[in-house]
Design a protein around this ligand. Sequence first.
Ligand SMILES: Cc1cc2nc3c(=O)[nH]c(=O)nc-3n(C[C@H](O)[C@H](O)[C@H](O)COP(=O)(O)OP(=O)(O)OC[C@H]3O[C@@H](n4cnc5c(N)ncnc54)[C@H](O)[C@@H]3O)c2cc1C
Length: 393
Amino acid sequence: MSANVLVLGGGFGGWVAANEIRNGLPEKHRVMVVDRSDSSCLGLSLLWLMTGDRKADRISRSFSSLERKGIFFVHGDIDRIDPQRREVIVGGKIFSGDYLVVALGAELAPETIPGLQEAGHNFYTLSGADALRRAMANFSGGRLVIMTTAPGYKCPAAPYEAAMLLEDYCRSHNLRDKTRIELYAAEPGPMAVAGPAVSRAVRQMVESKGIVYHPEHQVVEADPAARRLRFSNGVEAGYDLLCYVPPHRAPRAVRESPLIGESGWIEVDRHTLATRFERVYALGDVVSIPLKLGKPLPKAGTFAENEAHVVARNVIRDITGKGEAAAYDGRGECYVETGDGQTAYGEGKFYGDPVPEVTLHPPSPEWHDAKIRYEREWLEAGIRSNDDFRRTA
Ligand SMILES: Cc1cc2nc3c(=O)[nH]c(=O)nc-3n(C[C@H](O)[C@H](O)[C@H](O)COP(=O)(O)OP(=O)(O)OC[C@H]3O[C@@H](n4cnc5c(N)ncnc54)[C@H](O)[C@@H]3O)c2cc1C
């Protein structure tokens, strides 16, 4: 008997799951990826795109390379998911699997905050980060505001890295003495799930650069004409150039399916990533995994990839009867770009009880080089173009 594995979403987690399942199964079994895009963009490179250190057409990997590896690729928008039947509808066609791996990521919803889309640049998208790059090239100083618009978002380090990289940019472009840089955050502190010591250290890195930090400021409205932001605590703030992390939610196809849990995301077994539906797994940004400290496991590529390895090994074992059962232990790592060609590196066990056990290694050029190597390897796994890095390790 041959099995059919359907992977929904070919981003960070879906790509790893599909590749590993394909490699681990005899040819008679079929692995298929469905994605609405024809390529996947590397999130961490968006930060280098906005500073002009990367080009927009050089930071993605193409899904066509999946086909060269014997994985079927369906290019289309998943309209409906039926987890009981393990079926999806894509462009009016039904695709079904013996196994379903849901890796559809998070949907960005800037339109849920009045005025936000017109007011600033959403650097969490390729087009938004590129628009911010152009805006920075025309910026002659003033109030530069970086803002998070909800406490939960993917890559908890990214807005803090963005603030430090933009500060570096202003210094190297003789704009620093003409620019006030402020970071308004909906959350109480940076990277809180990594523990108070890490959070304090990142806040200190940000503030030591003269960036004014305003935690616990939940934006409720932006006025693009007046260039003003209004927060739920009554504070108002002006800006000349605004960039923001938009609110996140589960993709529509997931929200409208029985997969959606009370958290607003898919709930899974924290060790196997199994959903409550038979042979249906979910991983990455689309899931919510509660931790002992009462907050969910952060959303980041590192978790999506590590979870994908576990799902892949268990699906292969289920189909072939070979290999050891795998269990995810909550491990994750992250690079924190601090400007001046330096990067800090955090690593740890997020399932630590009662709190995650995370170590933050101080900023160094070596971690920065390691991040660039990671970027190159990620892009090479799907060769689109990776021959034009301005910064090379
Ligand atoms: C600026 C920035 C910096 C980041 N830096 C880091 C970092 O340094 N380290 C780190 O670990 N993480 C980082 N991340 C986060 C990381 O990119 C995400 O957490 C990761 O991509 C999540 O993987 P995923 O597989 O869950 O979802 P994704 O990679 O988002 O993949 C989801 C896929 O599903 C597809 N899809 C969604 N809905 C549909 C539909 N209805 N039909 C068809 N296809 C659909 C999408 O097209 C997409 O390809 C960063 C993110 C950003 C924005």
